[in-house]
Write a protein that binds this ligand. Sequence first.
Ligand SMILES: *[C@@H]1O[C@H](CO)[C@@H](O)[C@H](O)[C@H]1NC(C)=O
Ligand SMILES: *[C@@H]1O[C@H](CO)[C@@H](O)[C@H](O)[C@H]1NC(C)=O
Ligand SMILES: *[C@@H]1O[C@H](CO)[C@@H](O)[C@H](O)[C@H]1NC(C)=O
Ligand SMILES: *[C@@H]1O[C@H](CO)[C@@H](O)[C@H](O)[C@H]1NC(C)=O
Ligand SMILES: *[C@@H]1O[C@H](CO)[C@@H](O)[C@H](O)[C@H]1NC(C)=O
Ligand SMILES: *[C@@H]1O[C@H](CO)[C@@H](O)[C@H](O)[C@H]1NC(C)=O
Length: 511
Amino acid sequence: MPNSVRLLALSLLLVIGNYDDMRFFVFCVVDEYRRDDFPAEFVFGSGTSAYQVEGAVLEDGRSFSIWDTFAHSGLNYGVNGDIACDGYHKYKEDIELMADTGLEAYRFSISWSRLIPDGRGSVNVKGLQFYNDFIDRLIAHGIQPHVTLNHLDLPQILEDEYGGWLSRKSVKDFVSYVDVCFKEFGDRVLHWTTFNEANLFVLGGYDWATSPPGRCSSPFGNNKCSRGNSTSEPYLAAHNLLLAHTSAVRLYREKYKAMQQGFVGINLLAFCFEPLTNKTEDVIATQRANDFYMGWFMNPLVNGDYPEIVKKNAGSRIPSFTKLESEKMKGSFDFLGINHYTTLYVKDNPGSLEMDTRDVTADMALTYSGIEFPITEFPVLPLGLEKVLSYLKKEYGNPPIYIHENGQVQSCNGTLMDAPRVDYLHAYIGALLDALRNGSNTRGYFVWSFMDILELVGGYDYCYGLYYVDRADKELTRYPKLSAHWYANFLKGNNTSGILPSLKAKDTFSS
Ligand SMILES: *[C@@H]1O[C@H](CO)[C@@H](O)[C@H](O)[C@H]1NC(C)=O
Ligand SMILES: *[C@@H]1O[C@H](CO)[C@@H](O)[C@H](O)[C@H]1NC(C)=O
Ligand SMILES: *[C@@H]1O[C@H](CO)[C@@H](O)[C@H](O)[C@H]1NC(C)=O
Ligand SMILES: *[C@@H]1O[C@H](CO)[C@@H](O)[C@H](O)[C@H]1NC(C)=O
Ligand SMILES: *[C@@H]1O[C@H](CO)[C@@H](O)[C@H](O)[C@H]1NC(C)=O
Ligand SMILES: *[C@@H]1O[C@H](CO)[C@@H](O)[C@H](O)[C@H]1NC(C)=O
């Protein structure tokens, strides 16, 4: 149905007050549920990351990160986070909104280059003060802080000095940085994630040039990179991230765990991969997709080494772990964070293994469908989330999991009537409940994103927010969307087919 008609139909339903009828639009696994159906210790929240909300990029001593550089090179859809949502100045009111929404937890990241502008060495007092106050306020509002230590934003100074994550030197600097975080904030922060989407970061950053630091080599990536090597650098960067992660976990366990009692994990992007057909080669290719996306990081952390197929297809381009490294790596995580958005359909592509030079993508020897760029709206496939959780249970011994990101994208056109997002969240949270009842060890769920922010894929044009940010207004005022009301209603104990409170905001917003 045309958008305008659908919008009108929805408005009418809301006016009549019969939200039940909206289930017409909904497919999901458990349709009606309430907060109380989940364990009390399970946490529901929402999240963002530093570069995507804070702005104030050169204020109070912060220095540039590789994401600033990437964006200022025009690579982040031509926009940057110089102002973003001005979260650095507006955090007090944002935390009020979080409390109004009933968030039990908030996932955010610390900007390394705000805390330690030279990458290593002295701590920036203003940066320290900002994060201390931020954390104190969250806690004062009853909201648990869940902190990402590195969300694509290595200090640029370390990239310049030794090539960032391509160098082993990054491990030592990362450990010194997280030591400061554990020491300064660990009395109040119990959940630490070393890296956001480590798997996508190395593919985007070193093979495709779609993430900072935007490296690739011809004929791969955008084919325009002046620096990089898509055939080997993704493997090298991943190797150093794994060593950095493991060292951070070890530091926490040796120096802080006994006192602080917290948890350290890593985050990966987790697609649900399905074979495009039932042909044996597509089924095997689907396992290969899981091995390259999940196993690349999870096998070392669980079993101490990369999956056999990854080692085989990468050959001499993938570094190997020493026996000692491998031993230390085994079991070095307290939880796995996953970001899940959609399902992809995998088809075998053996021809790519015959290329003279191969990037990681060619090493996978597959193609997939189910996603198109720009991403305008995800299909609602909640069983995909159940399958991912079931796969992790079966393959990796049912580790504690946090769903760090899940949400629906839409063009940021000012509509507050984001019914597709409500449909999506309703369906996926229902699937999560089903997975928990089926034995998944998931401990928390975070809607991406709390408000409309700078997106790596889509800039300011494609949004995931529960709150709309009016970018034409110099105050960058936030307005709750239908999804914010729906989530609040759920978090405050109503069942999901309960009648929505009447919307206080205008149906559509335009300034
Ligand atoms: C804005 O985008 C949403 C989602 O794509 C769509 O449903 C809505 O109709 C659009 N509104 C306008 C005014 O274009
Ligand atoms: C990329 O790295 C591989 C392995 O180190 C090397 O053989 C190849 O020549 C490099 N390619 C480029 C374009 O630098
Ligand atoms: C594969 O086989 C299963 C079980 O027979 C069937 O349900 C499914 O639809 C088939 N999938 C495809 C893509 O043909
Ligand atoms: C439920 O768990 C079992 C055992 O782990 C698994 O085989 C099954 O696929 C799961 N069901 C769903 C819907 O994920
Ligand atoms: C729960 O739903 C009822 C109507 O069914 C509504 O009056 C009430 O405001 C809702 N509670 C919250 C916290 O939204
Ligand atoms: C859910 O809420 C609706 C509206 O408040 C109510 O009519 C219905 O009985 C509730 N269902 C359950 C299972 O509590």
